[in-house]
Design a protein around this ligand. Structure first.
Ligand code: 5CA
Length: 162
């Protein structure tokens, strides 16, 4: 690897190690900013890409992490029912401030403060899934069971049209 990893990617590596997962972070030449690009870069189906969306509770101001299968759209009505309050997408500034990562590279773990996570049940159907590793060109693979374990998240129906 000729290029030095960014501090954000290094934080994800450390978080993975701390979680007992020694899965390698892959830094790719191609962009992995979107789920489709990420799937192309590693040669998997877009459904195997973990989208990390940060939502904000309207009442509590609390941030939630919603981890969805790459081809799915989050249903805010479902998240509202699960969270018990109105939710909206967090703005880019809040995401960076509260997770320590910029949109397009937000990983499922290693945030500045732990976020309550909801995990799309569609992700559980795959043997291997891929998540962002702190930058818009870094990914790591893991099993859905490990995703549940390392995030302490709740598996739920979170997508539209399910
Ligand atoms: N690296 C890829 C694949 S793992 C990635 O991070 N994809 S993602 O889907 O998890 O992150 C991008 C998502 O952030 C988009 O799907 C979109 O829903 C959300 N997003 C994009 N722009 C904004 C914005 N300005 N405010 C809030 N959310 C945004």
């Amino acid at each position: 690897m000729s290029k030095k990893s960014s501090a954000s990617v290094q934080r994800v590596r450390e978080a993975l190690t701390a979680a007992g997962l020694d899965n390698e972070v892959q830094e790719l030449a191609a962009s992995t900013r979107s789920a489709v690009e990420a799937a192309d870069a590693v040669g998997c189906d877009v459904a195997q890409i973990v989208k990390s969306l940060v939502l904000k509770g309207a009442t509590s101001g609390e941030l939630f992490l919603v981890l969805t299968s790459g081809g799915n759209r989050v249903c805010l009505e479902r998240i509202k029912n699960l969270a018990g309050e109105e939710v909206a997408m967090a703005d880019a500034g809040s995401v960076r401030e509260r997770t320590g990562f910029a949109i397009g590279g937000v990983p499922p773990l290693g945030h500045l403060a732990p976020l309550q996570a909801l995990i799309d049940q569609d992700l559980m159907a795959h043997a291997v899934i891929w998540a962002a590793a702190g930058s818009p060109n870094a990914l790591f693979h893991l099993t859905p069971e490990d995703l549940v374990r390392i995030t302490g998240g709740t598996v739920a129906v979170v997508a539209e049209g399910k």
